[in-house]
Design a protein around this ligand. Sequence first.
Ligand code: TRP
Length: 387
Amino acid sequence: MTEFEVTPWEVKGEVDYNRLISIFGVKKIDEKVLDLMRKVFGEIPFYVRRGIFYSHRDLDVVLQDYLNGLPFYLYTGRGPSGPMHLGHIIPIMFTKYIQEKVDTILLLQVTSDEKYMYHETMTKEQIKSYTIDNIRDILALGFDVEKTYVIDDIRHINYLYQLAISVARRITYSTVRATFGFTGDTNIGMIFYMSIQATPAFLGYFIDNKFKHCLIPAAIDQDPFWRLTRDIANKLGFPKPSQIHGKFLPSLKASGKMSTSQPETALYLSDDKKAVRRKILDAFTGGQATAKLQRELGGNPDICTVYAYYKYIFEEDDKKLMERYEKCKSGTILCGECKQELISRVCAFLQKHQENKEAITESDVEAYMLDNKLKFEELIKAYEMLR
Ligand code: TRP
């Protein structure tokens, strides 16, 4: 068994996603949930069909209530500690899909405070510029401005603080220490931070009290936050937030997830054609040592990082994906061909993305910001009901 470790701040080794389900105490998406999804979305969503979003907490309750006329809102987020790569936008694109299907609001938290406190060598200036840049990347994916609220923790702390202290008062130091593995060297900001990440799981009820639930699509490494948020939700008078958990987009090298600390393992949203080409040509594949051997023995798509990109993002058609899989196994398609086609798909995607991002003005961004959408005095007044 290969060792791995998953925390909200670090993922090491080859992740065994099934074992994570039992370690975290979450549920696999089963037939019952699939059936509810068919009813709510009219189909099984792409990321679920591909097994990329694969586990959950109380998703069945949220979907069933939705079918009974009780709406939910969405909450997801991004930690602005560097430029964004393709892996980072998968949960965000999935969230957008759900938002459009069920026509609901989304709270999108950008955790400038978390990244400032965690990365002790980064400056406030750096964090601020990643915050702005990342928000532009996210908005380039095309969110409904009427229904999408962007929260920058540092900028919007006055909108969050009353909720955060109500959360903080109910979580002990020993719980946080045990859940996140904090030690005596951990700064006290990180200990309090938990309560900031919990706030959007409740804030939506103040925006519109028609909501019955909050659903959080996120990569599975964030689950420890949700576990603690769920533990205190009822004590605060709110429903427990529900989750749907995603896997990580594999690195372009042999193992592990894409990582900002190893630029050659990831495709950044800002990469130019040259970089995309270089990284993909250099990627780890499931191919044989020579073309001759590959024709004879076939390749192994199950361990191939190039195939993973088709599966996660760049081949929408299930049938065509299956064909690629079979052609690889039988040796009728070689790695070079697979890589060339991926290069052109990635370049087309990134070019469009970069154009969209370029077109976003400062005032476009401002229109999404929480403080331009919520009346502060009214919110503060409503917060008085908090115990
Ligand atoms: N902690 C997350 C990160 O480092 C950012 C985040 C905040 C988030 N709230 C979230 C991610 C909700 C997913 C869902 O990336």
